[in-house]
Design a protein around this ligand. Structure first.
Ligand SMILES: NC(=O)c1ccc[n+]([C@@H]2O[C@H](COP(=O)([O-])OP(=O)(O)OC[C@H]3O[C@@H](n4cnc5c(N)ncnc54)[C@H](OP(=O)(O)O)[C@@H]3O)[C@@H](O)[C@H]2O)c1
Length: 309
């Protein structure tokens, strides 16, 4: 029986374990993939903690993970755009996680992996980088405008910074002081949220406010920059819709299509975008990988490797 890593009941990390499960069978519009790499995201521990129970029904035990890169092993009914043996990457089919030797992908949220793109980088694209691409697009940023990213140092933030910079946007991002150089390497200006002079740093860098804010932190992060938010400022949150509503921020609408994934892969291939996979863990260390993300302070993206491509 192939291995998978999941959880047996809603709760903390103590509910996680390796599971021996039969190979999943692809339904209509799905692909069975031998997984080479799987992205690790905050949503994974949030699902385990039961935070998505109201709208995501899972049969337990459930496999963790929402995105993989691998090789097509079997096609579900009606899938004509891929062939057995194709290298692909995409979003896990609903309810079937990606931390596994074999996983199901939804064909319309899957793309062919270019040869020059590693499986590890490809597995990092659907959730965090796709979210960044949608968010920057939905903020309608113009060249020479200024974007403030709250939480620039994680998977979504590093990608959003690069996508906005490529469009000629000035990017300022909040991160822990330890990440200053990392943030600057993205072409962005770093503001350390964990220093006492946070307000002074903001005022120095943004004396006249900001055109747009992308909130990737939630909680009271928007309160901390409220002085910069004019009525014209566009705001989008992926982290805390309830806080953001007080400021009139919009929530993200995910596109998550083959077309977007293909565009992201092209950008990585061209060297215009780097998902910054800083945490690579072998599958056997899935618990450590998720722990790093659950800490709330990873550097860039975290990915599990099931086998080398
Ligand atoms: N709605 C969606 O479709 C969607 C999709 C993707 C992600 N999300 C959500 O978006 C959020 C970010 O996702 P992600 O993948 O980028 O997470 P991540 O990779 O875990 O990164 C989070 C980053 O936030 C930084 N951070 C923590 N506290 C902060 C603070 N007070 N101020 C500024 N930065 C802080 C952390 O590092 P430092 O503290 O060291 O700077 C870390 O780099 C998560 O809540 C996730 O669930 C939603």
């Amino acid at each position: 029986m192939p291995e998978a890593y999941g959880f047996t009941g809603y709760g903390g990390p103590e509910t996680q374990r390796f599971l021996a499960l039969p190979k999943p069978v692809p339904g209509p519009g799905e692909l069975l993939v031998e997984v080479y790499a799987a992205g690790v995201n905050p949503v994974d521990w949030k699902v385990r903690a039961g935070m998505h129970r109201a709208f995501l029904h899972l049969d337990l035990p459930a496999v963790l993970g929402r995105e993989v890169a691998g090789v097509v092993e079997q096609l579900g009914e009606g899938v004509g755009e891929f062939e057995v043996g194709d290298p692909v990457f995409g979003s896990s089919a609903r309810g079937c996680g990606g931390y596994a030797r074999f996983a199901l992908l939804t064909a319309r949220q899957t793309a062919l992996k270019p040869a020059a793109l590693s499986f590890t980088d490809a597995a990092a694209l659907p959730v965090a980088v796709g979210t960044a691409y949608d968010a920057v697009g939905q903020l309608g940023l113009l060249a020479d405008e200024t974007l403030l990213i709250l939480g620039i140092g994680g998977g979504v933030g590093v990608a959003a910074a690069q996508i906005a910079r490529e469009a000629g946007v000035s990017v300022i991002g909040t991160a822990s002081a330890a990440k200053r150089e990392f943030v600057e390497s993205l072409g962005a200006t770093a503001i350390a949220y964990d220093r006492d002079d946070f307000d002074e740093q903001l005022e120095k860098v943004l004396p006249t406010g900001v055109d747009a804010v992308l909130d990737l932190v939630g909680a009271d992060a928007l309160d901390g920059v409220s002085a910069l938010i004019s009525p014209e400022c566009r705001m989008l949150t992926v982290a805390a819709p309830e806080t953001a509503a007080r400021f009139g921020a919009r929530s993200l609408s995910r596109q998550n299509s083959t077309k977007t994934l293909t565009e992201l892969a092209r950008r990585v291939e061209d060297g215009r975008l780097d998902p910054h996979v800083r945490g690579v863990f072998p599958f056997e260390e899935a618990a450590a990988a998720l722990r790093e993300v659950e800490s709330g302070h990873p550097w860039g993206k975290v990915v599990l490797e099931m086998r080398r491509g």
